[in-house]
Design a protein around this ligand. Structure first.
Ligand SMILES: N#Cc1c(-c2ccc3ccn(Cc4ccc(CN5CCCCC5)cc4)c3c2)n[nH]c1N
Length: 248
């Protein structure tokens, strides 16, 4: 998978050089290219913003630099591969595990994280005529720009790519992943030492009884989901709910 990011803060994307995404890049599983939007400005101040038509707070990102940047990125890619434009925005569709799975199946993502009050609307409208475009929000809170969202989306997508997560790790039992634990939050996890500050681990986890362990983990997941995200409970299948009730 190829990822391009166009931003006025390229240094904000340094974390894409470390950990899971960094390793995937070294292993050739991900081709990440970060571009400074200002290289497509032509005035002495490298201006990327201007005041909003109609008045209102803040500034708006000018269309010209973005158009030149996205055209240049497109020209640098394989003509036979269609890029997907991902635009983080507070007014976007919620970014979910489902969307992460969908994006992980695309060969080329181009991220357009804005600053100020956003990008001139005509840019997204113009590229939506030729590209698949996703305007997404990573949560119901307000950030100062889209770069943090790019880090979040990139990590959520990258870990789903074949070969990125080692055998020891898996996204099979992720929260919100399809399957028996679908849409349930993860339950508690424990590791050595067996006693820590006079706190034991649940005896079932060292029982060696895998059926009991699996049942205990699923029941813990239901309890945690019921406590923190009851809205997800009704998405579970009745059989799983029945097991939950019987375990209480
Ligand atoms: N993903 C994601 C995000 C973002 C996000 C993403 C990208 C950008 C680019 C700029 N900002 C800052 C900002 C903040 C408020 C407003 C609303 N304004 C109100 C007055 C009229 C104009 C619009 C717009 C722009 C961004 C924020 N925030 N939260 C998420 N989950």
């Amino acid at each position: 998978m190829r990822l391009d990011v166009v931003t006025i803060f390229p240094e904000y994307l340094e974390p894409l050089n470390v950990s899971l995404v960094g390793k995937a890049r070294v292993n050739g599983l991900l081709d990440v290219r970060v571009h400074d939007l200002r290289q497509w400005t032509h005035d002495r101040h490298n201006t990327v913003d201007d005041s909003p038509y109609g008045g209102g707070p803040g500034m708006v990102m000018k269309p010209d630099p973005w158009g030149e940047a996205l055209d240049a990125v497109r020209a640098d890619g394989d003509p036979g591969i269609a890029p997907v434009l991902v635009v983080p925005t507070p007014s976007g569709r919620p970014f979910t595990q489902e969307l992460a799975v969908e994006l992980s199946g695309r060969p080329w993502l181009v991220f357009a994280p804005a600053r100020y009050e956003g990008i001139d609307r005509r840019v997204i409208d113009a590229y939506a005529e030729q590209w698949e475009v996703h305007e997404v929000s990573i949560g119901d809170y307000v950030l100062a720009g889209g770069e943090a969202a790019v880090l979040v989306i990139t990590e959520a997508v990258a870990r789903l790519l074949p070969g990125v997560l080692g055998n020891a790790e898996s996204h099979r039992d992720d929260s919100f992943a399809p399957g028996a634990m679908a849409d349930l939050l993860e339950g508690p996890v424990y590791t050595k030492p067996p006693v820590w500050r006079d706190r034991d681990i649940p005896e079932v986890l060292v029982s060696g009884h895998h059926g009991r362990i699996a049942r205990w983990r699923r029941d813990q997941a239901f309890r945690r989901t019921d406590a923190h995200r009851p809205d997800l409970i009704e998405r579970c299948d009745p059989a799983a709910l029945d097991k939950y009730d019987r375990a209480l």
